[in-house]
Design a protein around this ligand. Structure first.
Ligand code: PLP
Length: 350
Protein backbone atom coordinates (compact mmCIF):
# COMPACT_ATOMS: atom_id res chain seq x y z
CA UNK A 1 0.00 0.00 0.00
CA UNK A 2 1.31 3.43 -0.94
CA UNK A 3 2.51 5.66 1.93
CA UNK A 4 -0.02 8.27 3.01
CA UNK A 5 2.55 10.50 4.77
CA UNK A 6 1.92 14.17 4.08
CA UNK A 7 4.90 16.24 2.96
CA UNK A 8 6.63 18.14 5.76
CA UNK A 9 5.34 21.71 6.12
CA UNK A 10 8.77 22.85 7.33
CA UNK A 11 11.34 24.33 4.99
CA UNK A 12 14.69 24.75 6.69
CA UNK A 13 16.75 27.88 6.07
CA UNK A 14 19.58 27.36 3.60
CA UNK A 15 22.15 28.09 6.32
CA UNK A 16 21.12 24.97 8.22
CA UNK A 17 22.76 22.88 5.50
CA UNK A 18 26.11 24.13 6.84
CA UNK A 19 25.27 23.27 10.45
CA UNK A 20 26.50 19.92 11.73
CA UNK A 21 26.23 18.11 15.04
CA UNK A 22 28.98 19.40 17.31
CA UNK A 23 32.06 17.18 17.29
CA UNK A 24 32.54 18.41 20.85
CA UNK A 25 29.20 16.99 21.97
CA UNK A 26 30.23 13.68 20.40
CA UNK A 27 33.49 13.80 22.37
CA UNK A 28 31.57 14.61 25.56
CA UNK A 29 29.32 11.60 25.04
CA UNK A 30 32.43 9.40 25.08
CA UNK A 31 33.63 11.00 28.31
CA UNK A 32 30.48 9.78 30.03
CA UNK A 33 31.38 6.13 29.43
CA UNK A 34 32.55 4.35 32.56
CA UNK A 35 36.32 4.10 32.88
CA UNK A 36 37.07 6.91 30.43
CA UNK A 37 39.21 9.82 31.53
CA UNK A 38 39.12 12.00 28.45
CA UNK A 39 41.74 14.59 27.74
CA UNK A 40 40.03 15.46 24.46
CA UNK A 41 37.51 18.05 25.64
CA UNK A 42 38.19 21.09 27.83
CA UNK A 43 36.38 19.51 30.77
CA UNK A 44 37.34 20.72 34.24
CA UNK A 45 37.43 18.06 36.93
CA UNK A 46 34.08 17.98 38.73
CA UNK A 47 36.05 17.44 41.95
CA UNK A 48 37.15 21.08 41.77
CA UNK A 49 33.64 22.52 41.62
CA UNK A 50 32.97 24.71 44.66
CA UNK A 51 29.63 23.05 45.35
CA UNK A 52 29.22 24.25 48.92
CA UNK A 53 30.19 27.84 48.13
CA UNK A 54 27.74 27.96 45.21
CA UNK A 55 24.99 26.50 47.42
CA UNK A 56 25.61 29.06 50.14
CA UNK A 57 25.86 31.99 47.74
CA UNK A 58 22.66 31.01 45.96
CA UNK A 59 20.85 30.70 49.26
CA UNK A 60 22.12 34.07 50.35
CA UNK A 61 21.11 35.83 47.13
CA UNK A 62 17.62 34.34 47.32
CA UNK A 63 17.39 35.25 50.99
CA UNK A 64 18.69 38.82 50.74
CA UNK A 65 17.56 40.01 47.30
CA UNK A 66 15.04 37.48 45.98
CA UNK A 67 12.97 39.87 43.90
CA UNK A 68 15.95 41.49 42.19
CA UNK A 69 17.45 38.05 41.64
CA UNK A 70 14.35 36.73 39.91
CA UNK A 71 13.48 39.82 37.86
CA UNK A 72 14.52 40.60 34.26
CA UNK A 73 17.73 42.59 34.21
CA UNK A 74 20.13 44.56 32.03
CA UNK A 75 21.42 42.82 28.91
CA UNK A 76 24.95 44.11 29.56
CA UNK A 77 25.11 42.01 32.74
CA UNK A 78 25.34 42.37 36.49
CA UNK A 79 27.18 45.63 37.27
CA UNK A 80 29.46 44.44 40.08
CA UNK A 81 30.53 41.46 38.01
CA UNK A 82 31.38 43.75 35.08
CA UNK A 83 33.44 45.85 37.49
CA UNK A 84 35.17 42.74 38.82
CA UNK A 85 36.07 41.62 35.29
CA UNK A 86 37.46 45.07 34.42
CA UNK A 87 39.58 45.13 37.58
CA UNK A 88 40.88 41.60 36.92
CA UNK A 89 41.75 42.47 33.33
CA UNK A 90 43.63 45.57 34.50
CA UNK A 91 45.64 43.30 36.80
CA UNK A 92 46.48 41.15 33.79
CA UNK A 93 47.67 44.16 31.79
CA UNK A 94 44.54 45.12 29.85
CA UNK A 95 43.00 48.42 30.97
CA UNK A 96 39.28 48.39 30.16
CA UNK A 97 36.21 50.16 31.45
CA UNK A 98 33.38 48.09 32.99
CA UNK A 99 31.23 49.71 30.30
CA UNK A 100 33.11 47.62 27.72
CA UNK A 101 32.34 44.33 29.50
CA UNK A 102 29.35 42.31 28.30
CA UNK A 103 28.44 39.34 30.49
CA UNK A 104 27.49 36.34 28.35
CA UNK A 105 25.93 32.94 28.81
CA UNK A 106 29.29 31.22 28.54
CA UNK A 107 31.99 32.44 26.19
CA UNK A 108 30.44 30.15 23.57
CA UNK A 109 27.60 32.64 23.38
CA UNK A 110 30.20 35.37 22.97
CA UNK A 111 31.54 33.57 19.90
CA UNK A 112 28.06 33.34 18.42
CA UNK A 113 27.41 37.05 19.05
CA UNK A 114 30.75 37.96 17.46
CA UNK A 115 29.83 35.89 14.40
CA UNK A 116 26.39 37.46 14.20
CA UNK A 117 27.75 40.99 14.37
CA UNK A 118 30.88 40.67 12.23
CA UNK A 119 30.37 37.98 9.58
CA UNK A 120 28.45 38.30 6.31
CA UNK A 121 27.99 35.42 3.87
CA UNK A 122 31.32 35.00 2.10
CA UNK A 123 33.33 37.08 4.63
CA UNK A 124 36.85 35.82 5.19
CA UNK A 125 37.58 34.75 8.75
CA UNK A 126 41.18 33.88 9.60
CA UNK A 127 41.74 31.05 12.05
CA UNK A 128 44.72 29.28 13.57
CA UNK A 129 45.33 25.83 12.20
CA UNK A 130 44.12 23.76 14.02
CA UNK A 131 41.55 25.73 15.99
CA UNK A 132 38.67 25.32 18.43
CA UNK A 133 35.87 23.34 16.80
CA UNK A 134 33.21 25.13 18.82
CA UNK A 135 34.26 28.47 17.32
CA UNK A 136 33.96 27.08 13.81
CA UNK A 137 30.54 25.77 14.76
CA UNK A 138 29.50 29.18 16.10
CA UNK A 139 30.71 31.05 12.99
CA UNK A 140 29.55 28.60 10.28
CA UNK A 141 25.85 29.63 10.26
CA UNK A 142 26.94 33.14 9.25
CA UNK A 143 28.53 31.58 6.16
CA UNK A 144 32.13 32.78 6.30
CA UNK A 145 35.01 31.54 4.20
CA UNK A 146 37.67 30.30 6.63
CA UNK A 147 41.35 30.85 5.90
CA UNK A 148 43.95 29.03 7.98
CA UNK A 149 46.96 30.99 9.24
CA UNK A 150 50.08 28.86 9.63
CA UNK A 151 51.85 28.88 12.95
CA UNK A 152 54.73 27.36 14.87
CA UNK A 153 55.14 26.37 18.51
CA UNK A 154 54.90 30.03 19.44
CA UNK A 155 51.56 30.76 17.76
CA UNK A 156 50.36 32.10 14.41
CA UNK A 157 53.14 33.54 12.23
CA UNK A 158 52.86 37.30 11.69
CA UNK A 159 54.00 36.93 8.06
CA UNK A 160 51.35 34.27 7.43
CA UNK A 161 48.78 36.58 8.96
CA UNK A 162 49.80 39.39 6.63
CA UNK A 163 49.71 37.20 3.53
CA UNK A 164 46.70 34.96 4.28
CA UNK A 165 44.36 37.13 6.28
CA UNK A 166 44.26 40.27 4.13
CA UNK A 167 40.67 41.45 3.91
CA UNK A 168 39.48 39.11 6.67
CA UNK A 169 36.80 40.33 9.06
CA UNK A 170 38.99 39.13 11.93
CA UNK A 171 41.62 36.67 13.09
CA UNK A 172 40.31 34.25 15.73
CA UNK A 173 43.20 33.47 18.09
CA UNK A 174 43.63 31.50 21.32
CA UNK A 175 46.54 32.95 23.29
CA UNK A 176 46.84 30.50 26.20
CA UNK A 177 46.86 26.68 26.28
CA UNK A 178 45.27 26.62 22.85
CA UNK A 179 42.40 24.25 22.19
CA UNK A 180 43.30 21.76 20.77
CA UNK A 181 47.11 22.04 20.62
CA UNK A 182 47.86 23.31 24.13
CA UNK A 183 50.45 25.88 22.99
CA UNK A 184 50.65 29.41 24.39
CA UNK A 185 51.72 32.51 22.48
CA UNK A 186 54.83 34.25 23.84
CA UNK A 187 54.83 37.90 24.84
CA UNK A 188 57.00 38.84 21.87
CA UNK A 189 54.79 37.02 19.37
CA UNK A 190 51.68 38.67 20.82
CA UNK A 191 53.16 42.10 20.16
CA UNK A 192 54.26 41.09 16.64
CA UNK A 193 50.85 39.64 15.82
CA UNK A 194 49.06 42.75 17.02
CA UNK A 195 51.39 44.90 14.91
CA UNK A 196 50.95 42.70 11.83
CA UNK A 197 47.17 42.62 12.29
CA UNK A 198 46.97 46.39 12.74
CA UNK A 199 49.01 47.06 9.64
CA UNK A 200 46.93 44.56 7.63
CA UNK A 201 43.72 46.13 9.01
CA UNK A 202 42.55 42.76 10.37
CA UNK A 203 41.03 42.95 13.86
CA UNK A 204 41.58 40.13 16.36
CA UNK A 205 39.09 38.06 18.35
CA UNK A 206 41.10 36.77 21.32
CA UNK A 207 39.48 33.82 23.11
CA UNK A 208 40.99 33.05 26.50
CA UNK A 209 39.04 30.50 28.54
CA UNK A 210 42.12 28.69 29.85
CA UNK A 211 44.47 31.52 30.83
CA UNK A 212 43.82 31.24 34.58
CA UNK A 213 44.88 27.59 34.74
CA UNK A 214 48.62 28.27 34.85
CA UNK A 215 50.98 26.49 37.24
CA UNK A 216 54.28 28.33 37.61
CA UNK A 217 54.42 31.26 35.19
CA UNK A 218 51.43 33.52 34.59
CA UNK A 219 50.54 34.04 30.93
CA UNK A 220 51.74 37.22 29.21
CA UNK A 221 49.46 40.21 28.89
CA UNK A 222 46.60 39.66 26.42
CA UNK A 223 47.11 40.37 22.72
CA UNK A 224 44.41 42.97 23.24
CA UNK A 225 46.79 44.98 25.43
CA UNK A 226 48.89 45.63 22.28
CA UNK A 227 45.96 46.77 20.15
CA UNK A 228 43.00 47.65 22.30
CA UNK A 229 40.78 49.28 19.70
CA UNK A 230 41.37 46.39 17.28
CA UNK A 231 40.70 43.44 19.59
CA UNK A 232 37.61 41.75 21.03
CA UNK A 233 38.53 39.66 24.08
CA UNK A 234 36.49 36.71 25.39
CA UNK A 235 36.77 35.20 28.86
CA UNK A 236 35.02 32.38 30.70
CA UNK A 237 34.31 31.24 34.23
CA UNK A 238 33.77 27.68 33.03
CA UNK A 239 37.28 26.39 33.60
CA UNK A 240 38.02 28.09 36.93
CA UNK A 241 34.56 27.92 38.50
CA UNK A 242 32.05 25.55 36.87
CA UNK A 243 30.86 25.26 33.27
CA UNK A 244 27.29 24.50 34.35
CA UNK A 245 26.92 28.10 35.54
CA UNK A 246 27.26 29.22 31.89
CA UNK A 247 29.07 32.43 32.65
CA UNK A 248 31.49 34.26 30.39
CA UNK A 249 32.21 37.73 29.07
CA UNK A 250 33.15 39.72 26.01
CA UNK A 251 35.23 42.89 26.14
CA UNK A 252 34.79 45.00 23.03
CA UNK A 253 35.56 48.48 21.72
CA UNK A 254 32.59 50.85 21.97
CA UNK A 255 31.74 50.75 18.26
CA UNK A 256 31.17 46.98 18.34
CA UNK A 257 29.88 46.75 21.92
CA UNK A 258 26.47 48.28 21.23
CA UNK A 259 25.80 45.80 18.42
CA UNK A 260 26.91 42.87 20.57
CA UNK A 261 24.43 43.95 23.24
CA UNK A 262 21.64 44.16 20.67
CA UNK A 263 22.55 40.69 19.36
CA UNK A 264 22.46 39.36 22.90
CA UNK A 265 19.10 40.97 23.56
CA UNK A 266 17.73 39.08 20.58
CA UNK A 267 19.32 35.84 21.76
CA UNK A 268 18.43 35.65 25.47
CA UNK A 269 17.74 39.16 26.88
CA UNK A 270 20.34 38.68 29.61
CA UNK A 271 22.48 36.07 31.29
CA UNK A 272 20.81 34.39 34.25
CA UNK A 273 22.64 34.66 37.51
CA UNK A 274 25.01 37.43 36.53
CA UNK A 275 22.10 39.80 36.80
CA UNK A 276 20.37 37.91 39.54
CA UNK A 277 20.82 40.55 42.15
CA UNK A 278 21.35 43.50 39.91
CA UNK A 279 19.59 46.46 41.42
CA UNK A 280 20.78 46.67 44.98
CA UNK A 281 24.24 47.31 46.29
CA UNK A 282 23.89 44.74 49.02
CA UNK A 283 23.44 41.95 46.51
CA UNK A 284 26.78 42.70 44.90
CA UNK A 285 28.97 40.97 47.45
CA UNK A 286 26.84 37.86 47.30
CA UNK A 287 27.22 37.40 43.58
CA UNK A 288 30.85 38.34 43.56
CA UNK A 289 31.32 35.77 46.28
CA UNK A 290 29.79 33.15 44.01
CA UNK A 291 32.03 33.93 41.13
CA UNK A 292 35.15 33.90 43.22
CA UNK A 293 34.46 30.63 45.03
CA UNK A 294 34.08 32.45 48.28
CA UNK A 295 31.58 31.66 50.96
CA UNK A 296 28.29 33.50 51.01
CA UNK A 297 28.16 33.00 54.75
CA UNK A 298 30.14 36.19 55.10
CA UNK A 299 28.18 39.25 56.04
CA UNK A 300 27.59 41.90 53.40
CA UNK A 301 30.28 44.07 54.96
CA UNK A 302 32.98 41.48 55.13
CA UNK A 303 32.05 40.11 51.73
CA UNK A 304 32.46 43.56 50.26
CA UNK A 305 35.98 43.61 51.70
CA UNK A 306 36.55 40.14 50.27
CA UNK A 307 35.38 41.33 46.88
CA UNK A 308 38.18 43.85 46.80
CA UNK A 309 40.63 41.04 47.42
CA UNK A 310 38.90 38.58 45.14
CA UNK A 311 41.49 38.48 42.39
CA UNK A 312 44.15 37.65 44.96
CA UNK A 313 42.15 34.87 46.55
CA UNK A 314 41.06 33.36 43.26
CA UNK A 315 44.68 33.18 42.17
CA UNK A 316 45.57 31.59 45.48
CA UNK A 317 42.87 29.05 44.94
CA UNK A 318 44.40 28.23 41.58
CA UNK A 319 47.77 27.73 43.20
CA UNK A 320 46.42 25.72 46.09
CA UNK A 321 45.59 22.89 43.74
CA UNK A 322 49.18 22.82 42.64
CA UNK A 323 51.13 23.57 45.72
CA UNK A 324 48.67 22.20 48.25
CA UNK A 325 49.71 24.95 50.60
CA UNK A 326 47.18 27.74 50.31
CA UNK A 327 43.89 25.89 50.36
CA UNK A 328 42.72 27.37 53.65
CA UNK A 329 43.29 30.88 52.43
CA UNK A 330 41.04 30.47 49.45
CA UNK A 331 37.79 29.56 51.17
CA UNK A 332 35.22 31.41 53.25
CA UNK A 333 36.20 34.65 54.85
CA UNK A 334 33.73 34.38 57.70
CA UNK A 335 32.07 37.50 58.96
CA UNK A 336 35.24 39.05 60.30
CA UNK A 337 37.57 38.23 57.41
CA UNK A 338 39.91 36.46 59.79
CA UNK A 339 41.79 34.81 56.96
CA UNK A 340 43.18 37.98 55.46
CA UNK A 341 46.53 37.35 57.00
CA UNK A 342 46.64 33.77 55.77
CA UNK A 343 45.87 34.95 52.28
CA UNK A 344 48.65 37.50 52.43
CA UNK A 345 51.11 34.93 53.73
CA UNK A 346 50.30 32.62 50.85
CA UNK A 347 50.54 35.39 48.32
CA UNK A 348 54.08 36.18 49.39
CA UNK A 349 55.11 32.64 48.45
CA UNK A 350 54.10 33.16 44.83
C1 PLP B 1 38.67 27.70 23.25
C2 PLP B 1 37.30 27.68 23.85
N1 PLP B 1 36.53 28.77 23.73
C3 PLP B 1 35.31 28.81 24.27
C4 PLP B 1 34.80 27.72 24.96
C5 PLP B 1 33.42 27.81 25.51
O1 PLP B 1 33.46 27.97 26.90
P1 PLP B 1 32.19 28.37 27.77
O2 PLP B 1 31.94 27.22 28.67
O3 PLP B 1 32.57 29.61 28.51
O4 PLP B 1 31.05 28.61 26.85
C6 PLP B 1 35.58 26.56 25.11
C7 PLP B 1 35.05 25.40 25.84
O5 PLP B 1 35.66 24.38 25.98
C8 PLP B 1 36.86 26.54 24.54
O6 PLP B 1 37.66 25.48 24.65
Amino acid sequence: MASTRTPSPWQLATRTARMNPSAIREILKLTELPGIISLAGGLPSALTFPVEAVREATTRVLRDTPREALQYAASEGFGPLREWVAAEMARQGLAVSPAQVLITTGSQQGLDLVGKVLIDAGSRVAVESPTYLGALQAFVPYEPEFVGVDGDGDGPLPDALASRAAGARFLYALPNFQNPSGRSISAGRRAQLARAAASAGVPIVEDNPYGDLWYDVAPSAPIASHWREGTIYLGSFSKVLAPGLRLGYVIAPAEVFAKLVQAKQAADLHTPGSTSASSTRSSAPAFSTTTCRRSAAATARSAMRCRRRSSLTCRLRGRSRVAGRCRAAACSSGSSCRRTSTARRCSSRR
